[in-house]
Design a protein around this ligand. Structure first.
Ligand SMILES: *[C@@H]1O[C@H](CO)[C@@H](O)[C@H](O)[C@H]1NC(C)=O
Ligand SMILES: *[C@@H]1O[C@H](CO)[C@@H](O)[C@H](O)[C@H]1NC(C)=O
Length: 387
């Protein structure tokens, strides 16, 4: 063999070995490691805010991470005046900007509630949908609002009232993220799902086919009885997290508010881009034991991830699970992120095709020692045990 062809053979061999190394990061080798964790918000520590709750987390088209929460001004309660707090990371969660308050509802007795964050990758925008006056406490009516950033979260539009188009309805988006459909049907559509009042509850989705300019009402999965006071164990689907599967269907993981049928999660699927949620495609996931809470879900590279406080009674034991079968079964080795009090959680990941970004997911969750609303924590998870 001549030197040249030897070199060629060697480089072929090398690239084969290298691609093998990348191949070794297959879903079967997922072995999540809590790689880095930091507190983004601490309740009571800053002057103007009593309590930080309802954390949201998203990637941006430019590869940044944005974290949001409700900054409840004078009380721990869902009702009351709030800021919408944000922090931003441009280095994959290693460091974060100081908190900025991107919306301030003043002194409203029933102020803003988060919310869903949705990224439109086609136009590069980040949209945040939230409600005001959701509880109808000393105010009327409830409105669905939206703010938008075109510059990677640095600046935000003034709030826009989506109820003008959607009609007046008590709608609490998320909490979590909305999706932009990557696959057909309805590729490009924005899908934001949430829930109604405790009486007129259920999962409802709002849709936009023009990057958030116009919105219309999509699927409704109504509680039973609808618009009537609930009893224990009534069917009452509530806070929810949609994810798009690789076949283009949308799987929504839902809080089972009144413990209908089980103390576990409701899962329902839309095969028409969020227009309908037929009960034919609804099941109870007994493996996902749940105390009735907002949970996190994410589909990344064909693997479905799920976080919640995995306990039938109490908001403790924040746990990460993953499924290699689109949620039909879960790998037995669940990973505990925090044993103590823990509440709402949300998951995201960076979308680039770089090998580095394939290795991580990011979880934001409510974490405390005595109560879950003491802090909001950001956890960077290495999916392959640090390898
Ligand atoms: C939003 O629009 C609805 C419908 O027009 C209206 O009833 C409601 O008062 C508006 N809310 C705000 C905050 O302007
Ligand atoms: C924590 O979650 C795991 C996984 O679901 C479960 O096996 C364990 O019993 C839970 N522990 C507590 C204290 O809830």
């Amino acid at each position: 063999m001549k030197t040249g062809s030897r070199l060629a053979a060697l480089s072929l061999l090398l690239s084969a070995v290298l691609s093998l190394c990348v191949c070794t990061l297959s879903p079967e080798q997922i072995d999540p490691l809590l790689y880095e964790e930091q507190l983004l918000w601490v309740s009571g520590a800053q002057g103007q805010v009593s309590t930080y709750r309802i954390p949201l987390l998203t990637f941006t088209p430019k590869g940044s991470l944005l974290a949001f929460s409700e900054a409840r001004k004078s009380t721990t309660s869902d009702v009351g005046a709030k800021f919408l707090a944000m922090r931003r990371s441009t280095d994959k969660g290693a460091t974060w900007s100081p908190t900025t308050f991107i919306v301030d509802d003043g002194t409203k007795p029933d102020g803003l509630n988060l919310g869903s964050v949705v990224v439109d990758e086609e136009v590069g925008s980040v949209i945040l949908v939230y409600s005001i006056c959701f509880h109808l406490y000393q105010c009327h009516p409830s409105s669905t609002m939206m703010v938008e950033s075109m510059d990677d979260g640095l600046s935000w539009s003034p709030p826009r009232n989506l109820s003008v188009q959607l009609g007046v309805k008590n709608f609490a988006p998320g909490p979590g993220f909305g999706i932009q459909k990557r696959y057909n049907p309805a590729k490009g559509r924005l899908v934001v799902c949430g829930h109604g009042t405790l009486e007129g509850d259920g999962v409802f989705c709002i849709l936009s086919d023009d990057h958030g300019r116009n919105w219309y009402n999509g699927a409704a999965l109504k509680s039973i009885p609808y618009n009537q006071r609930k009893q224990a164990q009534d069917f009452n689907p509530d806070e929810c997290q949609p994810v798009e599967m690789m076949d283009g269907s949308i799987v929504i993981n839902v809080r089972n508010q009144n413990n209908y049928h089980c103390r576990c999660r409701i899962v329902v699927r839309s095969r028409d881009g969020g227009l309908s949620l037929p009960v034919d495609d609804l099941f109870f996931d007994y493996e996902l034991v749940d105390p009735a809470v907002a949970a996190g879900a994410l589909q990344k590279d064909g693997v479905l991830y799920f976080t919640n406080p995995s306990n039938e009674q109490h908001r403790v034991n924040l746990t990460l699970r993953w499924s290699l079968t689109d949620g039909n079964s879960w790998v037995q080795e669940a990973v505990q992120i925090w044993a103590g009090p823990s509440g709402y959680s949300s998951i995201t990941s960076l979308n680039s095709d770089s090998p580095e970004d394939r290795k991580y997911i990011f979880v934001i969750y409510e974490k405390g020692h005595k109560d879950y609303d003491e802090t909001v924590s950001f956890a960077k998870i290495h999916l392959f045990g640090g390898r």
